[in-house]
Design a protein around this ligand. Sequence first.
Ligand code: ADP
Ligand code: MG
Length: 360
Amino acid sequence: MASVEFKNLTKVYDGDIVGISNLNLIIADKEFVVLLGPSGCGKSTLLRLIAGLEEPESGEIVIDGDVVNNIPSKKRNVAMVFQDYALYPHMSVRENLTFPLKMKNIPRERINELVVKTAELTGLAELLERKPKQLSGGQRQRVALGRAIIREPVVFLFDEPLSNLDFNLRITLRREIAELHKRTGITTIYVTHDQQEALALGDRVGILKDGKLIQYGKPMELYEMPDNLFVAEFIGNPRINLIDVDYNDKGELVIDNERFPVEIPRGALMSKELVMGARAHNMQVSRSATGFERIIFPAVLSRYENQGDAVLLEFTRGNNRLSVKRSSIEKLTPGESYYLSADKKDILLFDRRTGTRIYP
Ligand code: ADP
Ligand code: MG
């Protein structure tokens, strides 16, 4: 068991390519942290730095209170699970699990104990004598998990372990990984580009962009209070609705020449050009503009999509595409104009130039 800390951690590849840029973060013992970001943002680089497969330019990696920068990979006692499970094809599941232990000259009785325990944790007990080609994709990924657990690591690193699997299997294995973490309590750092996976799994989630940590918090904090436009857009499906708005001297938002009083804290307002953000499930549709309690503006329904438990409506407003999620099916006609509205308590406002959230 161990905490993991990064202090001013920086990794630059040849040709000045930024891998990780001045990262500071403390991950507590037993925590499950997900780092989320688009391809190329430095996720694999960070895990490889923790595992000791890359050397940082500067800064420190601290595991369980000890700086590990100069400790070789093999002695760090961290285990990594990859997207492609990299099993030995000619070995049985049992041999795949025990191979790393045999290399370390662990006594046979102890290895047998660990196999029993690992097989139980990963649901592999019935499959121990099979070869990888006799296993499904999900079972193979379980062997990869087992091979990491059996080493009794103090930190678990997951590098997009589910991206190669189909949707249903991803959901199942996601649950199994969460369950495994609950049972073993091993500090886990899991990286992915899939925001739904991140929100579902993480005690805390960090958003990475260009090697930098952009925001770190509980999943719902990131969803409801994104610090900036990048996080607002990256988290949530459908994507958050964003509308350019102006802010006048009277303290009003101006949309399509209609004005709505909104109090923005003094000091936060650097520019009068803002972007309003509103989530699809917080927007309502009506046929007429009724009152100005809510922020309301016209838009044309372009299409709708049944999602079983909800209907996803897509609207256009000039070049803007907006989505609205409703639980009940109303009778609406594509091509017709409606009014979309949001409660003031449900909107976010960002500075258009810097992208920083200024309201609430
Ligand atoms: P992610 O895992 O988030 O997709 P990576 O950590 O693999 O991102 O890569 C981060 C950045 O570092 C990217 O710009 C990538 O091209 C670059 N990079 C990764 N590995 C190397 C390498 N061995 N040599 C040079 N550049 C690399
Ligand atoms: Mg990667």
